[in-house]
Design a protein around this ligand. Structure first.
Ligand SMILES: C[S@@+](CC[C@H](N)C(=O)[O-])C[C@H]1O[C@@H](n2cnc3c(N)ncnc32)[C@H](O)[C@@H]1O
Length: 299
């Protein structure tokens, strides 16, 4: 069963992540979004028994998978946690600084169709979208209780959706007649709120689902907090790799990197998937890897 789940998620930019991390065989690395372990495995292969890899993920299913998959590896620690708490997670282990850290942002493909998240707009499911059951608020709660202005705001801010006003208005009028319960209910409201030609280009629900997912899982808040908490763990030559999948996410990461320049002298490099990867893994098409190399810690 786990083998099949693993096959669904194809990690992006695997070769590039390993090349850019320039892994030191006895180094300390953190995979902040370990998911189904694609990048984890590659990093682990480069470490000797004196190296250490800490793997973090919020999803129970991903963590259970990782624990089985890497049960025989001695130099890996797997933690179900939010990467925003990176400093306290490492502090509990007595780790004061790291050689490299990877964030492969967003969700893994298994989360499209499995509980609790059900992120797919192609398959009818409960309106949930949580990565972890620890969060209280679901997509259903937001869609059925937030006012029109707030719905419109997150659709614009996190989805960059052109028809945010129309969609928010129709959600509010539809829910007066019946509770909006499933992803199909929501998709049908979205389809009825946008011109037919809009639906022909790309799926009309994709930006709204993105916006809800970001809001529910506080995705931007987690990245901001991560950047605050990573500072004290970085030393000369530490590397950070961040993979983003859409423009809002990338803009946020760029702002956070610019703030790091107050504390560090650093170099950055952007890397994109090659033509062949884009052909083989459609998910990679929108991905962008940002590499940060710490050159000097300023005091
Ligand atoms: C793109 S996937 C990573 C896939 C992984 N690199 C692999 O090779 O399988 C993103 C993962 O990050 C997890 N995630 C999202 N936000 C998180 C957070 N704030 N803290 C920890 N994990 C998070 C998701 O549950 C998901 O498994």
């Amino acid at each position: 069963m786990f083998q099949n789940m693993n096959r669904l998620h194809i990690p992006v930019l695997q070769t590039e992540v390993i090349q850019k991390l320039e892994i030191k065989e006895n180094g300390v690395y953190v995979d902040c979004t370990a998911g189904y372990g694609g990048h984890t495995k590659q990093i682990l292969n480069k470490l000797t028994s004196k190296g250490l890899l800490i793997c973090i993920d919020l999803s129970d299913k991903a963590i259970n998978f990782l624990k089985k998959e890497f049960a025989s590896s001695k130099n890996i620690v797997i933690v179900k946690e939010n990467f925003k708490n990176i400093h306290s997670i490492l502090d509990r282990m007595g780790i004061k600084s790291i050689d490299g850290v990877l964030l492969d942002l967003g969700f893994n493909s298994n989360q499209l169709e499995e509980a609790p998240s059900y992120l797919s707009y192609h398959k009818n499911s409960p309106l949930d979208m949580r990565y972890s059951l620890e969060s209280n608020v679901t997509a259903g709660n937001i869609i059925n209780s937030w006012n029109q202005q707030n719905l419109e705001r997150i659709f614009k801010e996190y989805g960059e959706e052109k028809y945010s006003y129309e969609i928010a208005k129709n959600i509010c009028s539809q829910r007066e007649q019946h509770f909006i319960e499933t992803t199909d209910d929501l998709v049908s409201i979205i389809k009825n709120s946008v011109p037919a030609r809009y639906s022909r280009e790309k799926h009309p629900a994709r930006k709204i689902f993105q916006a809800l997912r970001i809001q529910i899982n506080d995705e931007y808040g987690n990245v901001i907090e991560f950047f605050k908490n990573i500072k004290s763990l970085l030393r000369d030559e530490s590397k950070i790799i961040i993979i983003t999948f859409h423009s809002g996410e990338d803009k946020l990461v760029k702002e956070q990197i610019n703030q790091l320049r107050e504390t560090f002298v650093l170099t950055t490099k952007n890397v994109y998937p090659k033509f062949q990867e884009k052909q083989e893994n459609p998910r990679s098409r929108s991905s962008k890897l940002r590499l940060l190399k710490i050159k000097k810690v300023l005091h």
